[in-house]
Ligand binder design. Structure first.
Ligand code: ZN
Length: 358
């Protein structure tokens, strides 16, 4: 009994005295608690804020982002969170609403100050003329896989930085510096360091976003040579396979294809989220036998029966690649993800020889 009283007293004293004694030290130790639905956004937040955030990522990179199990343990995490980062465009429609509703925290509900929809400011492609989930289409607001284009990560980094500044204004400058360093690293990884030094990352990013990068590189001369001769990074590497046609399982490489100049000409799924019928597979065999498509890109979490069948019947090469950090052991962060994916695609498409001969 005495012990209990002593514990109660010390507990009360601790609660009363500690904040008074050293409020600054406590506040400094307090990290911003961020929950990210998916690993790519988590990786970007981590690159910007480093150890200023306590980060929890719900889905792993080996899970299908459309279909994740909303485990109740995440509700507990969410209740304590300052921010929740979501991909948006209804990608997480089946699993984020049950978690935010379970957490019953107003600031983390859609529209609340802690609910950060990272699709804000993204130029969404494949937006249907009318909203429809006909036959289970899982892309009712357009293609939600925008982080397969690294330049969209620049926009997402801006969104996340603004959110961090709002909840932790004391570190606003550190977040801004973190964002700038991330964007600089992103530009160098995408365009190559040499080209960024010559033309400036912001200029290159603007040209690429406007779809005018090619003409800018070809018509701008520096030291007697067009800027294109300085192109490096992921884009430089992917020049070898530019224009080549591929098939993908799901419609999740549209932004990637636009950025890197490969062409996605057909899909194993007849509609996003719908498995192929036998008839659809036969149509794909006929299509593949035309011979121009040599590569089929699929994901670790989708069924392999259809792709095995297509490989067997039509001889197409099947490559399983991640689109999220952690989807392959090599993809340890957002940069390593693109290092790995671009390496694999160039290798598989035989980028060494220019199209049309030796
Ligand atoms: Zn999808």
């Amino acid at each position: 009994m005495k012990q209990i009283i002593r514990l109660l007293i010390s507990g009360l004293l601790g609660a009363l005295v500690l904040p008074v004694l050293d409020p600054g030290a406590m506040a400094a130790q307090e990290k911003v608690k961020v929950v990210s639905s998916l690993p790519n956004m988590g990786s970007i937040a981590s690159a910007i804020a480093g150890d200023k955030v306590d980060l929890t990522v719900i889905a792993s990179g080996t899970q299908d982002a459309h279909f994740v199990d909303p485990k109740p343990s995440y509700i507990v995490k969410l209740r304590k969170a300052d921010l929740i980062l979501v991909n948006g465009l209804d990608l997480e429609i089946g699993w984020i609403p049950p978690l935010t509703q379970g957490a019953r925290t107003a600031r983390l509900m859609p529209g609340g100050p802690g609910y950060i929809d990272c699709s804000t400011g993204i130029r969404v492609v494949e937006v249907p003329l009318s909203l429809s989930r006909t036959e289970g289409d899982v892309h009712p607001y357009g293609n939600p896989h925008y982080l397969t284009d690294p330049l969209n990560a620049e926009i997402v980094a801006g969104t996340i930085t603004e959110a961090l500044k709002r909840v932790d204004s004391a570190s606003a400058q550190a977040y801004e510096e973190g964002r700038r360093a991330f964007v600089r690293q992103l530009h160098e990884a995408l365009f190559g360091k040499e080209l960024v030094n010559l033309a400036g990352g912001a200029k290159l990013s603007r040209e690429a976003m406007a779809g005018t990068l090619d003409s800018f590189l070809d018509t701008t001369n520096i030291g007697g040579a067009p800027l294109r001769s300085h192109l490096g990074g992921w884009l430089g590497k992917m020049q070898a396979v530019k224009g080549k046609p591929v098939m993908t399982y799901h419609k999740d490489y549209s932004y990637f294809a636009d950025r890197f100049g490969i062409r996605v000409v057909d899909y194993v799924e007849p509609k996003p989220g719908i498995q192929p019928s036998a008839k659809h597979l036969e149509d794909l065999v006929v299509r593949l036998k035309q011979g121009d498509i040599t590569l089929l890109l699929t994901r670790p979490y989708v069924e392999h029966r259809s792709t095995d069948y297509l490989s067997e019947r039509a001889g197409v090469k099947v490559l399983t690649l991640p689109i999220e950090v952690g989807g392959a052991p090599e993809a340890t962060d957002y940069f390593r993800l693109f290092d790995y994916v671009t390496d694999q695609i160039v290798k598989a498409l035989g980028g060494g020889a220019p199209a049309g001969g030796r």
